[in-house]
Design a protein around this ligand. Structure first.
Ligand SMILES: Cc1ncc(COP(=O)(O)O)c(C=O)c1O
Length: 351
């Protein structure tokens, strides 16, 4: 006998990327930033008034909302803050889906979407990307009837982006809410923030985990119309973001010089890694993220993943028809990239 709802008994839980205990691995498996957070974050933590921790944090994250609003050129009322963007995704799925209103998303994409829908008791309608990971023609038709459709743009784990015109056309023609998960947009050429003022159903989701190097602090946010934000505020936990994270996230956002420096370094290393892997006959999608999704010359993603693992480099392998020929490699420091390339070159030569 089980005490759980049948959906919970029947579902597989989400499996996050491995977080090994020792630091013997070069860790390129969960798209963390290889550089430390802004020095402003360290200063702030060192000067923290720890006695204040006895109090609850600001439930509205007022200071941080204002800092984010200034950065994105919107108002505080256009922003909701979450405990990582996973929390924002949870809030959205609880807000817009039910047993009568399925979630829609592409496949392959961030696999947490589907898990969150199951927990909510909602079905997940998955729309298959084309073989080159582009959007299919009849997307609107396939998405019909879903209460919320989520795009990861740029997409994970594939790393490519989708044309903004296609996303805009979708938002204009779709009668549910559309979330554009821009976890990696700070590494991309363009983003969809401009759609918020134009379409009442658009929600942009962002995270400080990748481009601001704050995965451990857990901070995500969404930008949308005041009406959408007010509704999502009803669904979130009152104190969903702790006091320290609210402070350090605001400090990180204000330090745009440092943000530009580290995202610039990552984009430069991404270009080099991509070029060098192509020289070794790897196939790679054009990445707009801080990772590459690459296929080794023999098309056996699992074998290459196992080889790197034995050589103490951790990358991520996604089994399946559409993804099993590839591995996802987070862009690390230049030294980490050199080591990866040296081992990969040996791998190719020994094949
Ligand atoms: C597409 C996408 N969205 C959201 C997240 C979650 O990020 P966060 O650390 O903000 O919860 C990830 C994490 O890898 C991701 O790949």
């Amino acid at each position: 006998m089980s005490y759980f709802r049948p959906e919970i008994d029947e579902m597989e839980g989400y499996v996050p990327g491995e977080q090994p205990k020792g630091m013997t691995f070069i860790k390129l498996n969960t798209n963390e930033n290889p550089y430390p957070p802004s020095p402003e974050v360290e200063k702030l933590l060192k000067s923290c008034d720890f006695a204040r921790l006895r109090l609850y944090p600001d439930p509205l994250c007022t200071e941080l909302r204002e800092a984010a609003a200034e950065l994105y050129g919107v108002r505080g009322e256009n922003i909701i803050i979450g405990n990582g963007s996973d929390d924002i995704l949870t809030i959205a799925i609880r807000s817009f889906t039910s047993d009568k209103k399925p979630l829609g998303c592409m496949t392959p994409t961030y696999s947490l979407y589907k898990v969150l829908a199951r927990i909510q008791g909602a079905e997940c309608k998955e729309v298959k990307l084309n073989g080159d990971f582009s959007l299919p023609e009849n997307l609107l038709e396939q998405a019909s009837g879903t209460g919320l459709f989520i795009f990861a743009r740029p997409n994970a784990p594939t790393g490519n982006s989708f044309p903004i015109e296609l996303i805009e056309k979708f938002c204009a023609g779709f009668d549910g809410a559309v979330m554009i998960d821009e976890a990696y947009a700070d590494f991309a050429r363009e983003n969809c923030l401009g759609l918020v003022g134009k379409y009442p159903n658009v929600i942009i989701c962002r995270t400080l985990s990748k481009s601001y190097s704050l995965a451990g602090a857990r901070l995500g946010l969404a930008v949308a119309s005041p009406e959408i934000i007010a509704g999502m505020m009803k669904v979130k936990d009152s104190y969903n973001v702790n006091m320290l994270t609210q402070k350090i996230a605001a400090a990180a956002i204000r330090d745009q010089a440092y943000f530009t420096e580290i995202t610039g370094k990552i984009k430069k290393t991404r270009k080099r890694l991509n070029e060098e892997l192509r020289k070794l006959s790897f196939a790679a999608t054009e990445s707009e993220t801080n990772f590459l999704f690459v296929s080794p010359p023999d098309g056996d993603g699992e074998k290459y993943y196992e080889y790197l693992r034995k050589s103490l480099i951790l990358v991520r392998y996604f089994p399946g028809d559409m993804t099993g020929h590839c591995v996802r490699i987070t862009v690390g420091t230049d030294d980490e990239t050199d080591k990866l390339l040296e081992l990969t070159s040996k791998y190719v030569r020994s094949a």
